[in-house]
Design a protein around this ligand. Structure first.
Ligand code: PRP
Length: 212
């Protein structure tokens, strides 16, 4: 019987794109397209088992070996620094990690900067390199509200189209890092399922390069 590869897919729009790429590369899974609320699907002939997980949880499943591989945003990888291999930049799910503030905001460097974010580690690393004192306000979503309500001076958040900032009278001040989706692997699986993981990575690379 074929060695199965366990794949953690990020639930949502990015995950649908990722699944389409995997299926185009020969890792089809017809049952995943049936309308139901199941979260685990497999195709023994193709040697693949998919799990839908919350995007920010992908590295946890991969790091702990519940999944051999997965696809996670670089934002999540930078924030949590999981112990895994980053195999390939899929060049999809592209956006940028930015500092943003209310339009016209001027930073008073004499004062501690209040930073609202879902990504405290990325924000701390960014500002510590500048030697800037900050007060992190950790939020879990709708970050843009914090400076509007004067709870924070700036936000550190993902900007994709820029529409959320624009519609809330905020503007990007600085890009911290560009973000895209990465194929990641568990370190032990990479050793023991090396042939399968390398073959899969090569087909995905080829597919992405041919479809650029
Ligand atoms: C993300 C991010 C911004 C928005 C940016 O939020 O936190 O709010 O998308 O996208 P845009 O530049 O295309 O407008 P998400 O949709 O993940 O929801 P959240 O508020 O729960 O973080």
């Amino acid at each position: 019987m074929k060695q199965m590869i366990n794949v953690a897919l990020p639930k949502g729009r990015l995950g649908e794109k990722v699944l389409a790429i995997f299926e185009a590369c020969g890792y089809e899974c017809p049952s995943i397209h049936e309308a139901n609320r199941k979260l685990i699907f497999e195709n023994q002939e193709a040697g693949v088992r998919y799990f839908w997980v919350k995007p920010s949880d992908v590295p946890i499943y991969v790091e702990r070996g519940a999944a051999d591989i997965g696809v996670a945003g670089k934002d999540i990888l930078l924030e949590y620094s999981p112990d895994l291999y980053e195999l390939y930049d899929l060049d999809i799910g592209k956006c940028r990690m930015c500092v943003a503030a209310c339009r016209g905001f001027r930073d008073n460097t004499e004062r501690t900067l209040r930073v609202a974010t879902k990504f405290p580690n990325i924000a701390k690393t960014f500002y510590s390199k500048q030697g800037r004192d900050i007060d992190i306000i950790k939020l879990n979503g709708s970050i843009e509200i914090a400076p509007i309500l004067k709870m924070s001076d700036v936000i550190v958040d993902i900007v994709e189209t820029g529409t959320t900032l624009l519609e809330n009278n905020l503007e990007p001040i600085e890009t911290i890092v560009p973000i895209s989706a990465r194929l990641v692997a568990n370190k032990v699986s990479y050793k023991f399922k090396n042939k399968e993981i390398v073959r899969l990575t090569q087909s995905i690379k080829k597919y992405c390069e041919d479809n650029k």
